[in-house]
Ligand binder design. Structure first.
Ligand code: FRU
Length: 472
């Protein structure tokens, strides 16, 4: 049938790219490479894409430019994992032909893995780009073929240009997709479509739209059910900072509401909230893994320096987190499988003022303290470089992550556990407070190994581990 005519990929070009990557990798400076996160083999990465489970493995793709450590014509890089914790590189999945391969998602159809992504073309006329939706397929999870009839979805209902980052799912007899967009008067919105065959799409509704206060463009939308509610997760661009909120270049957050598959109406019940409070978190994508809703984010941010780019790479994906709904908000929790990365105890017991713990590049700490008193920790390089401060301010009940004076802070009232759980990985910090009601994802660039110093007057209780597999 016409639907099964794929463009075959150029095998020589693929081989050359693989050789280029293997060769270029040799000259990467390893000092800030992350050990248990997905990072680009070489070059640049941004958004997580195509998060899926296919033929016994989890697949995670990402926006990728192998030829430089800055953004360039987008490819899709590819990693797989048996457990969402141990990741292995696979060959580059998509390379641009006439189109750049912008963000998108994946879903299994029979014995095929289907990718739907935005093909972005440069054009000669204003606005000098065109965004339409493309399909690619795989029978083995390694080699991908673009559909010859691309694009399958070419125009927004009102002709607005921004039209990207399709997230597909299946419900009943239909495929559904949400796509990020912007109105003619520059308000972010999300469009909902459905299809019975993946090729012919019917516009259903504007699922959500900014009232003028939620940014000019909503990137990377995602839409899913959690505990009886529906969550519209997206990355709005153009929010102005308000006190402690919206301090990054762009934000990622969610609206909780209800949804009806008969009317396609999403009724918001809780206003937009940020998902993560750190410096480096954007463009999330989720996966339904056996009823658990797992989220991955780009562990970086637009329009900021990426200091590792001088080393031949830039960007990472956060550790995978399970999302849970608790009252009016989402919690983010590290997966249980993270416990399998523990590889030796570094400390267990009291941790006093002016004491320090040293981690060889990676570590996990579980910290308990008296929340009536201040907590103050510094994470620094054993040879200097960037440091970062983490504080608990009992008077204002705020957790603070301070990167060289660039502060992110948020109020925290524990709903259960009163511990902090920190994951460190060479140039990254992920801090989970309590049950995951407050989470910070922040990159920083220390030299040497990592030293955690306590400046807290109180004695803390700390359990700490080295993380990472032993070499067999
Ligand atoms: C989000 C984003 C997407 C786009 C991709 C391009 O970070 O801007 O909207 O598809 O990155 O790399």
């Amino acid at each position: 049938s016409v639907h099964l005519k794929y463009l075959s990929e150029d095998e020589d070009a693929k081989r050359e790219l693989a050789e280029y990557i293997q060769e270029t990798k040799k000259s990467i400076n390893p000092r800030w490479r992350l050990h248990y996160h997905v990072i680009p083999p070489v070059g640049w990465m941004n958004d997580p894409n195509g998060f899926s489970y296919y033929k016994g493995e989890y697949h995670l793709f990402f926006q990728y430019y192998p030829y430089d450590s800055v953004w360039g014509p987008m490819h899709w890089g590819h990693s797989v994992s048996p457990n969402l914790v141990d990741w292995r590189e696979l060959p580059t999945a998509l390379a641009p032909d006439e189109e750049m391969c912008f963000s998108g998602s994946a879903l299994v159809d029979g014995d095929k893995l289907v990718l739907m992504y935005t093909g972005r073309l440069n054009t000669d006329t204003d606005p000098f780009y065109n965004e339409t939706q493309y399909l690619a397929f795989s029978d083995d999870g390694v080699n991908f073929y673009k559909y010859e009839g691309n694009p399958v979805l070419a125009r927004t209902p009102d002709g607005a240009y921004d039209f990207r980052d399709p997230k597909i799912w299946k419900y009943g007899d239909y495929w559904y997709v949400v796509i990020g967009s912007s109105t003619h008067d520059a308000r972010g919105r999300v469009l909902l479509y459905r299809s019975q065959n993946l090729y012919d799409w019917e516009f259903l509704t504007v699922l959500g739209e900014s009232n003028g206060e939620l940014g000019y463009m909503w990137e990377c939308p995602d839409f899913f059910e959690l505990d009886g509610k529906y969550i519209l997760l997206m990355s709005p661009q153009g929010l102005e900072p308000q006190g402690d909120r919206y301090k990054n270049t762009h934000q990622t957050g969610y609206i909780i509401g209800s949804f009806n598959y008969e009317t396609f109406e999403f009724v918001p019940e809780v206003d937009f909230q940020e998902l993560d409070f750190g410096h480096d978190f954007y463009a999330t994508q989720t996966l339904d893994a056996d009823g658990k809703r797992i989220v991955a984010g780009w562990f970086s941010m637009w329009e900021l320096p990426h200091p590792e780019d001088v080393d031949g790479w830039a960007g990472a994906i956060t550790i995978m987190r399970e999302l849970k709904l608790s009252g009016n908000r989402l919690l983010q929790q590290p997966l249980d499988e993270m416990l399998s990365l523990r590889n030796g105890s570094v400390h267990n017991g009291s941790f006093n003022k002016d004491e320090s713990l040293v981690f060889e590049k990676t570590g996990e700490l579980i910290i308990n303290g008296d929340l009536e008193q201040k907590i103050e920790l510094e994470i620094a390089g054993t040879n200097g470089g960037n440091n970062i401060w983490i504080r608990w301010e009992p008077e204002v009940k705020k957790v603070v992550v301070d990167r060289g004076g660039d502060v992110r802070q948020v109020e925290w009232s524990p709903i259960g556990s009163r511990s902090w759980r920190l994951f460190l990985d060479a140039s990254s910090l992920e801090l989970f407070c309590g049950e995951g009601e407050v989470v910070f994802s922040t990159r920083f660039y220390p030299d040497g190994d990592l030293r955690v110093n306590s400046f807290s007057d109180q004695s803390l209780n700390v359990e700490a581990y080295k993380l990472g597999r032993s070499v067999p």
